[in-house]
Design a protein around this ligand. Structure first.
Ligand SMILES: [Zn+2]
Length: 454
């Protein structure tokens, strides 16, 4: 047998690392992996001591939050350069809430024309329609649903009250998909914001105080109770606080499907070190918290209580992030280019196995979105999606690579011990360590496996 491609290096599986291992790919799929003599291949690359990881799945990306700006071509360019081979895009597009089959179809068409990596989609429900269009969006191919307990914007990012959330969850449960929710209690945030505006402080601490911890955990309790009441898998799309992971774990202990996602910024940045320095550039909802919470999140990750890790990538132009009044800035940061290197850095710095990267960025998200027929780690028959991380320390600067829609990042200046040396999608090299080789349209839409509730 002669394969199309063989890669050699330290192959990272979900449960062990094959030192001096190989991965063989033919017709876009993994056909063999292991140690010892690799099969003959038309093309082969020896990556030496580099890590051969499954291409990452970023479960939480906002490609179209700012109309006329980044879009799929831009977000997936950062993705390729970061070893991310699948993105799952959020439904809160500027001027276009993805809340019907027609809008899902239109977004798929746009992704197929512009995306450089594979993509799956979230759908959502309009507050006035409730669960009316859940079934048609499932038919159109969404991999999950996303809602918010906070009204960020009446059109782009609306709030769903609890009774509407419950009706939507009950309908989603019929299809065995996951309902993900942005977890901030609307009334608590609005009251705290008014208080901070009236009484201060006016510096970087204002944002954390305007969106207090109680807002997050109250919303999480609501989300998990609605999951428990409806039988729907309830997922919280980001949590900045250790307490939130305790809650998710407690609901799982009671037999419910309750999961939670840690964005890479909560695992990397802190209020004291980074928000203080960066102001609006590090404004994210929920807020980046004090150092003590970051360390709690790593303890939860080590204990297996973190289900997914995401970038929550959004590339606001600088004019929306540089207001000296932190509360006036847009919320969110770009992160697709560094999600995987930052997670591997955090794992190795804390003595955790690098196999956690394969679980958190491939196996778990593939299962979560029912994409296991194509994605989910290095396995026979799965897509030949690979990220190669070489031990090449450098200081990150978003503007330097030329692969990002904006030339700022909250991670600018951070030391990265690992660099993405190559990215392969379905057996084709799409990034060579310097240049993005994937053109817009190279990515495929990935549809979830049909299924019923477990
Ligand atoms: Zn988000």
């Amino acid at each position: 047998m002669t394969c199309d491609l063989v890669l050699t290096g330290n192959v990272v599986l979900t449960d062990r690392v094959l030192e001096g291992g190989f991965v063989a790919i033919s017709d876009g799929r993994v056909v063999a992996f292991g140690t010892g003599t690799a099969p003959a291949a038309t093309e082969s690359h020896d990556h030496g001591r580099a890590l051969i990881l499954p291409g990452a799945i970023d479960p939480h990306v906002h490609s179209r939050s700012q109309a006329g700006h980044e879009g799929f071509a831009g977000s997936t360019r950062s993705a390729v350069a970061g070893g991310v081979t699948t993105i799952v895009d959020m439904p809160y597009d500027d001027g276009d809430l993805i809340s019907s089959a027609a809008r899902v179809h239109a977004k798929i068409a746009e992704g197929e024309a512009l995306a450089r990596v594979d993509f799956a989609l979230h759908g959502t429900c309009h507050p006035d329609e409730g669960p009316l269009r859940v079934a048609e969006m499932v038919g159109a191919g969404v991999a999950a649903f996303k809602f918010s307990t906070y009204g960020t914007h009446p059109v782009r990012f609306p709030r769903l009250p609890p009774q509407t959330l419950a009706a939507c969850f009950a309908e989603i449960a019929r299809f065995g998909l996951v309902a993900g929710v942005h977890n901030e209690d609307h009334e608590v945030v609005d009251a705290a914001t008014a208080h901070v505006r009236a009484h201060g402080p006016a510096d970087h601490r204002a944002h954390g105080l305007a969106r207090p911890e109680l807002a997050e955990v109250l919303a999480m309790a609501q989300v998990y109770e609605i999951g428990a009441a409806t039988g729907c898998h309830a997922h919280v799309v980001h949590c900045s606080l250790g307490r939130g992971y305790d809650l998710a774990s407690a609901y799982r202990g009671m037999g419910h499907r309750a999961t939670v996602e840690a964005c890479i910024h909560y695992l990397t940045l802190t209020e004291e070190d980074d928000v203080a320095r960066l102001g609006g550039l590090a404004k994210i909802n929920p807020p980046v918290r004090p150092r003590v919470e970051r360390e709690k999140l790593w303890a939860h990750l080590a204990a297996g209580n973190v289900s997914l890790v995401s970038s929550d990538h959004v590339s606001w132009t600088l004019d929306r992030k540089n207001d000296p009044d932190i509360l006036k800035n847009a919320s969110g940061v770009p992160g697709l280019e560094v999600l995987l290197p930052l997670l591997v850095k955090g794992l190795t710095e804390r003595g955790l196995p690098v196999t956690w990267a394969a679980r958190l960025l491939a196996e778990n998200p593939a299962r979560h979105f029912r994409l296991t027929h194509r994605k989910g780690g290095i396995g026979i028959g799965r897509d030949g999606d690979i990220a190669v991380l070489a031990p090449k320390p450098r200081r990150y600067l978003a503007a330097e690579s030329g692969h990002n829609a904006v030339d700022w990042s909250p991670y600018d200046g951070i030391e990265l011990p690992w660099a993405v040396a190559a990215t392969y999608q379905r057996g084709r090299m799409v990034f060579d360590g310097t240049r993005v080789l994937a053109e817009p349209g190279a990515g495929q839409f990935v549809r979830p496996l049909p299924g019923a509730p477990e």
